[in-house]
Design a protein around this ligand. Structure first.
Ligand code: B12
Length: 221
């Protein structure tokens, strides 16, 4: 498949998510793998662009919650196929570090967090994904249990960004702060916010999350 056909496939993938068409999104995600298009590119430039367009339309009241839910279902279905492929490709690597990751309390968005977790695993990290709506004490427990090197906190709502700060506080109170590097992300999160709450790194997307995680481990990108 040449570059132009690849771009065309990414555009059809974007449209399938916008249309909330689960079956078509799954078919196209399989086609991405068969045709040798980079799954990460398809996640970000195909599925990701689609869901962001619907999110923006939802924000400006051009579409309503049922359409957003359908688009999210299509996005998740396509993500599962591409993420499985990324995991399969990363299987033979040696662990480069241990990561605990989750979406903070009050927040149920998990598509971006799951992509980050998968890409970290595909890059050799041993990843423990705690899921969504995770309270601070669960993060503390998991960091000790798995002797994690890095803690990743995802938040997609401006209100739940505050819960990232609560987790940092709980980690300090449990005297774990010197042992762990903390990385934050999610659409409303910025590098300035990361600095304000005393996190060690901010990742804008899954690729940057991997680069930053490697840097936190003292490894080359
Ligand atoms: C899909 C979606 C949903 C789905 C979630 C499905 C799921 N399983 O995740 C559903 C329909 C359930 C949903 C529900 C709601 N949603 Co919603 N949702 C979205 C939407 C459209 C896309 C999010 C997404 O998946 N993006 C695609 C992924 C790939 O991108 P990402 O999440 O940003 O992740 C990337 C980076 O941020 C980064 N990253 C993410 N996590 C981490 C973690 C680390 C450690 C690092 C380093 C990096 C990193 O890497 C990822 C990969 O590149 C956004 C719009 C938007 N523009 O973000 C609204 C949005 C986030 N939702 C919004 C709202 C308001 C809600 C609801 C409150 C709606 C309601 N009235 O009920 C509920 C919230 C429920 C709750 N308590 O959490 C608002 C938030 C407004 C705000 N600023 O607070 C947004 C911005 C829509 C809008 N424009 O109004 N939502």
């Amino acid at each position: 498949m040449n570059n132009q056909q690849g771009q065309g496939l990414l555009e059809t993938l974007r449209q399938a998510v916008v249309g909330g068409d689960v079956q078509r999104t799954e078919q196209l995600a399989r086609k991405v793998i068969q045709e040798g298009v980079d799954p990460l590119l398809a996640l970000e430039k195909g599925l990701g662009r689609g869901i962001k367009a619907v999110g923006d339309a939802f924000g400006s009241h051009e579409v309503f919650l049922p359409e957003l839910i359908l688009a999210a279902d299509a996005m998740k279905a396509g993500t599962t196929i591409l993420v499985d492929e990324l995991s399969r490709r990363g299987l033979e690597r040696k662990p480069t570090g241990t990561v605990v990751i989750g979406t903070v309390a009050g927040d149920i968005h998990d598509i971006g967090k799951t992509i980050v977790a998968t890409l970290l695993a595909a890059n050799g990290f041993d990843v423990h994904d705690l899921g969504i709506n995770v309270p601070p004490d669960k993060f503390v427990e998991a960091v000790s249990q798995y002797k994690a090197d890095i803690l990743g906190l995802s938040a997609l709502l401006t209100t739940t960004m505050l819960a990232q700060r609560d987790v940092l506080k709980a980690i300090s109170e449990a005297n774990l702060r010197p042992k762990i590097k903390i990385m934050v992300g999610g659409a409303p999160v910025t590098a300035e916010w990361a600095e304000e709450i005393g996190a060690d790194a901010y990742g804008m997307n899954a690729a940057e999350a991997v680069t930053k995680a490697k840097a936190l481990m003292g490894l080359k990108p």
